[in-house]
Design a protein around this ligand. Structure first.
Ligand code: ACO
Length: 443
């Protein structure tokens, strides 16, 4: 067993200054300010209730930092995404997914020996307990693969008692590796189950992404032709989705984990959150929109509809809550899309022509420029994933496979954070005030 490195060294929570002041109803409160290494500072309001008998109110947490983190940084205004300080495009261009996993988990890029040890440990955890095979059979034949993912990942908590003492760093590490290693196997089995094909076991001779494609697309009846360009594309897509700081599913994992819950169950909670159409489902919506537009001559009509306030239609794959610039992942995804279509001899894929023309027109249009609406990662990912051979129901599953490392890195960071407490948001109560119980015959 290799030694465990912790990504969280002594908190470098920045120079505190107490010059934050908040005046509410005539009273002034001193609130400490913590500077970040890059990006906005935060005002610490954790003692505000004790001092003022008032909560803060921030539905959707758009102005609230829920934790201190050293993992991922996003500058939405400038279109920057960094994993442990490294720009996403450099990692996607030069590295591989397992290297990014190591980086996210342990804080730095691995050297050759560290990488080969890590890869070896991941590879040796890819198989699922045989009994899990029967677990799949309990699902309806037409079950959505995300429903299977939630169930099977949650069920892992019943299988691995030796890696669920969250206070033991070695067990935390083993649970993390198990999760990253088994997720492609679980996802591929969910897919095979849904289409009625036999499960394909993992192959240790293949790398992470090639193995995943093999488990999804090979069948016992004939030889599966592996294409390194497609495996590389899959790997890049995994890198692009590996982490995105405190998004809804990551915050779900942290909140579930804050009670000390089983890590496999926490990841199942993250998968449940990711399943929602506002989170993981947008690439499917972008692909359906491109299909609906159908050809470039229909684009002006759809642009007009997107700008019409009385029409609920929006350009799917455009705009982002955080990025008010080109999503840096979209640049890599667009390139990957071209590579995949070239490798498959599908350069003239009509949907790609529609997507590129739509992007060109939208980026010259005053409405989209003024509102800072740029293509996001989902704009090209649907076309790419479909070209790789995946049906739309699998898109969110692939997202879950990739995001598992982000969830687990954030979960570990939370458990190792000395400031960690059980998550317990407050509320603005607007229900009835106290009243006496009324017997049934008097209601
Ligand atoms: N098409 C047309 N108009 C848009 C679009 C769009 N895709 N996105 C935003 N707008 C307009 C809104 O109508 C609004 O106009 P207004 O100020 O005149 O009312 C303005 O731009 C701001 O939009 P908001 O919805 O307030 O911005 P927010 O940051 O809350 O929303 C969101 C971001 C939800 C992603 C939005 O841009 C959207 O719905 N995009 C399409 C769906 C999509 O692609 N989602 C995937 C996001 S990436 C991911 O989750 C991995």
């Amino acid at each position: 067993m290799t030694s465990i490195q912790s990504p969280v060294d002594e908190s470098n929570r920045a120079e505190n200054s107490a010059d934050g002041k908040l005046t509410v109803e005539g009273s002034t409160y001193d609130l400490p300010i913590y500077k970040s290494s890059i990006g906005p500072a935060v005002v610490d309001i954790s003692r505000m209730y004790a001092q003022s008998d008032m909560f803060t109110y921030d539905p959707g947490f758009t102005s609230t930092a829920s934790c201190e983190s050293k993992i991922t940084y996003i500058d939405g205004g400038n279109g920057i995404l960094l994993y442990r300080g490294y720009p996403i495009d450099q990692l996607a261009e030069n590295g591989n997914f397992l290297e990014s996993c190591y980086l996210l988990l342990y804080g730095d890029l691995p050297n050759k020996d560290q990488f080969s040890d890590f890869e070896n440990r991941i590879t040796r955890h890819t198989m699922l307990h045989e009994q899990m095979h029967s677990f799949y059979k309990g699902f309806r034949r037409d079950a959505h693969p995300m429903a299977i993912m939630v169930g099977v990942v949650g069920a892992l908590s019943a299988f691995y008692h030796d890696s669920t003492d969250i206070n033991d760093p070695v067990q935390r590490d083993v649970a993390s590796l198990r999760m990253i290693a088994k997720m492609p196997t679980i996802a591929a089995m969910a897919y095979k189950y849904a289409i009625g094909q036999p499960f394909v076991p993992p192959q240790n001779s293949l790398d992470y992404s090639a193995n995943f494609l093999n488990m999804c697309f090979s069948v016992p009846a004939e030889e599966y032709k592996r294409d390194p360009v497609l495996a590389r594309a899959m790997d890049r897509i995994f890198i692009l989705h590996a982490d995105h700081e405190q998004n809804a599913s990551t915050s779900t994992v942290r909140l579930a984990g804050s009670s000390g819950a089983n890590p496999f169950a926490c990841i199942a909670a993250g998968i449940a959150c990711l399943w929602g159409p506002s989170h993981g489902g947008a690439n499917e919506a972008a692909l359906s929109m491109l299909e609906e537009i159908g050809s470039v001559e229909h684009i002006p009509e759809y642009i007009k509809r997107a700008k019409d306030k009385s029409d609920p239609f929006r350009l799917m794959g455009f705009g982002h809550r955080v990025y008010k610039n080109y999503d840096p992942r979209a640049t890599v995804m667009q390139k990957t899309c071209h590579e995949v279509l070239d490798a498959l001899g599908a350069r003239d894929e009509p949907l790609l022509q529609v997507a590129m023309e739509l992007e060109r027109i939208a980026r010259e249009d005053e409405y989209f420029i003024e509102k800072k609406l740029y293509p996001n990662i989902d704009f090209y990912s649907g076309i790419t994933l479909r070209a790789l051979g995946f049906p739309a129901e699998m898109f969110t599953v692939l997202f879950a496979v990739a995001r598992t490392v982000g969830w687990i890195a954030q979960w570990k960071e939370m458990i190792e954070d000395p400031h960690q407490r059980i998550g317990r948001p407050r509320q603005l109560y607007t229900g009835p005030t106290q009243r006496d119980y009324i017997p049934e015959n008097q209601r």
